[in-house]
Ligand binder design. Sequence first.
Ligand code: F6R
Length: 242
Amino acid sequence: MMTQGTNMDLHIVKDQAEGGRVGFQVFKDALAGGAKVLGLATGSSPITIYNELAGSQLDFSQLTSVNLDEYVGLNADHPQSYHYFMQKNLFNAKPFAHSYVPDGSNLDAAAATSQYDQIIADNPIDLQLLGLGQNGHIGFNEPGTDPESTTHKVTLTESTIAANARFFENEDEVPRYAYSMGIGSILKAKQILIVAYGEAKAKAVAAMIEGPVTPDVPASYLQTHPRVTVILDEAAASQLKH
Ligand code: F6R
């Protein structure tokens, strides 16, 4: 099913496999329209799209990718780093000419974030893929983040640190900080694709699409962007009123 919101093309799919196919088509159309720079995300929501892209005939070898975020203090080869995630889920199958992820190994935050802003300025993003946090976050932009923010260092919440602890050998290894594109950086992308599945996302989805535009819900700023595609399953769409 597809309905037309003000600025949002809303696709409600039956499962993540179908979401992967719909998302793939958005990428394919963007490439056909001349997109050269793809903004990418980690997390569970994009995986079926990456599977479709990885198994496709699309050629990324002349394109550039720019990822949303990375943990501070993890090298690119750490299995929990977002570099590693991207390598495993997409780049091994589909290498890009250039793939940028914030440099989590650079502990000098001012240098790392300004370097990344320069990369984004030099490579304006044609299509930015996003997942949605249960609290409405996009990237690591938690509620309260300045909507005009550029790349910045984020202090992870205690609950995020606790949730991540299971992936590390000991608590001390769990990153406390991340580098993230800002809301302002994300909104500069020419086109945005956001994907959310499951009941746990339903409240954030409704707030993103139908709620007020507010720093309390970073994803609500997508209402101010001219070209957003949203892929949801029925559970994630269940609190929408229209
Ligand atoms: C990932 C990112 C996050 C996730 C969000 C949803 O690079 O920046 O904002 O997109 O937390 O995560 P999943 O898809 O795992 O539910």
